[in-house]
Design a protein around this ligand. Structure first.
Ligand code: FES
Length: 100
């Protein structure tokens, strides 16, 4: 039998979380009680839920139209994503920046 467990490692927190199915990043972090800002409650308007992909950039969903708008307005780097607008589909390493 193949083990379909995937991992999300969060730099700085020294934390590695396991998951099996694709999941919204913000929902997953909230469920695992990982601290991440989310001022607009996941509506894709505040950009406080930013994170940086450090490994596994191919294991995240493409940007939604809403995220493209925010990323353009704020000059996001290619690996800078909004947790509330992003699904993780495979193993990856991320970094959550300190709140400004
Ligand atoms: S929680 Fe506001 S943009 Fe993600």
């Amino acid at each position: 039998m193949t083990d379909s467990t995937k991992t999300l490692t969060i730099l700085g927190n020294l934390l590695t979380l396991n998951f099996k199915e694709s999941v919204n990043v913000l929902d997953f972090l909230n469920a695992k009680k990982v601290s991440i800002a989310q001022s607009c409650g996941g509506n894709g308007t505040c950009t406080t839920c930013r994170f940086f992909v450090r490994e596994g950039v191919e294991n995240f969903s493409p940007r939604s139209e809403l995220e493209i708008e925010r990323a353009t307005e704020r000059d996001f780097l290619f690996n800078e994503r909004l947790a509330c607008q992003t699904e993780i589909t495979g193993s990856a390493v991320i970094e959550i920046p300190d709140e400004d």
